[in-house]
Design a protein around this ligand. Structure first.
Ligand code: SF4
Length: 280
């Protein structure tokens, strides 16, 4: 990729992150953002974009990169500290052996990602409180959100995804996802050009989540036939018409009543005078 193409891609990603941040009120004056860095393409890109936005944003905020060393065998401990030292970003490496817990509890050959993610989330919430971070930034992008919605529909019979901004159940942490307007393919191209020192998540040896793999495949095929279908689906998640869905918790269907008062008044005006005149 030529330099001007890379610059354009960088600008586009940064603009989209800026729009998402503004639309959902993700960052406020004085925020301390804990940027969760896994060593994957998405989180490296997120850190890059937030650093760029920090220079141009109308509000002041600080960033602390946090990596959770989950003690997976072969985890290259030196990679992230070296990268972050070079970048001059404040960071914290949190060591927590969630790998052992997951291995002990999940039978061999089963997907470990769900328990692993839950344990990781707990540790990250604790770390955010410890370092005084007011927001926790995660690198999920548009494709992640659309896939998750289908996962929940197909395997949980629920219409829900990962929101752009979320408050934890105990109200002590707010999670933000600044990349929700960014497409995965753009992030992948950007990350490749930036030559980030990627650390694969699958070091743990977990089986891939087959359900997610199937949904990715389904969406890829749809987009082959109809480019940007993922964008259309994503936009539809932003425009929910509650009265045209079926959730009785979201809309009071039982309480619907008709109101014809205006109509009657209009009918009175429309029909009464000539009729009265004819009779008279
Ligand atoms: S691939 Fe491994 S490290 Fe990554 S979320 Fe799944 S279990 Fe955790």
């Amino acid at each position: 990729m030529k330099t001007d193409q890379l610059n354009r891609l960088n600008k586009r990603l940064r603009r989209k992150a800026g729009e998402a941040i503004a639309d959902y009120g993700m960052i406020a004056e004085g925020d301390k953002i804990m940027v969760c860095l896994s060593g994957g393409k998405d989180s490296y890109t997120m850190l890059d974009l937030l650093l760029g936005l920090q220079r141009s944003a109308p509000v002041n905020f600080s960033l602390v990169a946090v990596n959770l060393d989950q003690k997976q065998p072969g985890f290259p401990e030196h990679v992230l500290p070296e990268y972050l030292d070079k970048l001059g970003v404040e960071y914290r490496i949190v060591e927590k052996d969630t790998y052992r817990i997951v291995k002990d509890r999940i039978p061999e050959g089963k997907t470990m990602c769900s328990l692993c993610s839950r344990l990781r989330r707990g540790t990250l919430y604790g770390t955010a409180q410890e370092i005084g971070a007011t927001k926790i930034a995660l690198g999920h992008h548009m494709d992640d959100l659309v896939e998750t919605m289908f996962l929940n529909m197909f395997h949980g019979s629920r219409l829900k995804t990962m929101p752009p901004k979320l408050i934890s159940d105990d109200k002590k942490n707010i999670v933000i996802r600044p990349l929700v307007y960014c497409r995965e393919r753009d992030i992948a191209r950007f990350a490749k050009e930036r030559q980030y020192p990627i650390i694969p998540c699958t070091l743990c040896g977990s089986q891939p989540n087959l359900e997610r793999v199937q949904i990715k495949k389904m969406l890829r095929e749809w987009e082959r036939e109809s480019p940007n279908r993922v964008v259309s689906i994503f936009k539809s998640m932003q425009r929910v018409t509650r009265s045209h869905m079926l959730d009785t918790d979201l809309y009071d269907f039982a309480g619907l009543t008709i109101d014809r008062a205006d109509e009657l008044t209009e009918l009175d005006i429309a029909f009464d005078p000539p009729q009265l005149g004819a009779v008279g």
